[in-house]
Design a protein. Structure first.
Lengths: 110, 116
């Protein structure tokens, strides 16, 4: 069974700190990886996509991918209270489906 | 870009009613659309995958006669929950993808369905 694992949290960080969110996946054949943010009661919103090993930066967000370790992470620099949400890691498997992790709840406190 | 519109945002109706939810891609052509259901404090569960002009592919355990999906054009897919019952109450979310499997899915705002 294809799995995407995340720590459910909550991960609490002070405003201005770096938040580090981690995700592991089970299928070595996976090629596409995404991070979504979901506020309570809302639908997911795409933050980052990453396809190659290494880092990909977009503003305050950096996605990191290590296919050998089957590990993908999201770093949020200068965390703001408005970043408080659930962050979903999603992986595309060969079946064309997007498999979501259960999400990590991030709390940024002032 | 990549805006997906979903309507209605909230439905409250009596048991036995059929409810139709629309999902539209506003600024791109969606070759594939997806329907998800999310229960409180749980992750998204894929219900079905829909390609324009084809029958939807349902996930195991999802009743195709209960959840009717139509994908008549590259910008519109509909989900009809037939004869809804209280256990069908959930947050239904559609997503659309404009290209191949390596492209991200873009989500609508979701429909909160409450069956009394």
């Amino acid at each position: 069974q294809k799995e995407v694992e995340q720590n459910s949290g909550p991960l609490s960080v002070p405003e201005g700190a770096i938040a580090s969110l981690n995700c592991t996946y089970s299928d070595r054949g996976s090629q596409s990886f995404f991070w979504y943010r979901q506020y309570s009661g809302k639908s997911p919103e795409l933050i980052m996509s990453i396809y190659s090993n290494g880092d990909k930066e977009d503003g305050r967000f950096t996605a990191q991918l290590n296919k050998a370790s089957q590990y993908v992470s999201l770093l949020i620099r200068d965390s703001q209270p408005s970043d408080s949400a659930t962050y979903l890691c999603a992986v595309v498997y060969n079946t064309d489906k997007l498999i979501f992790g259960t999400g990590t709840r991030l709390q940024v406190f002032p | 870009g990549a805006v997906v519109s979903q309507h209605p945002s909230r439905v409250i109706c009596k048991s036995g009613t059929s409810v139709k939810i629309e999902c539209r891609s506003l600024d791109f052509q969606a070759t594939t659309m997806f329907w998800y259901r999310q229960f409180p404090k749980q992750s998204l569960m894929l219900m079905a995958t829909s390609n324009e002009g084809s029958k939807a592919t349902y996930e195991q355990g999802v009743e195709k006669d209960k959840f009717l999906i139509n994908h008549a054009s590259l910008t519109l897919s509909t989900l009809t929950v037939t004869s809804a019952h209280p256990e069908d109450s959930s947050f239904y979310i559609c997503s659309a993808r404009g290209g191949g499997t390596d492209q991200p899915q873009h989500f609508g705002d979701g429909t909160r369905l409450s069956i009394l």
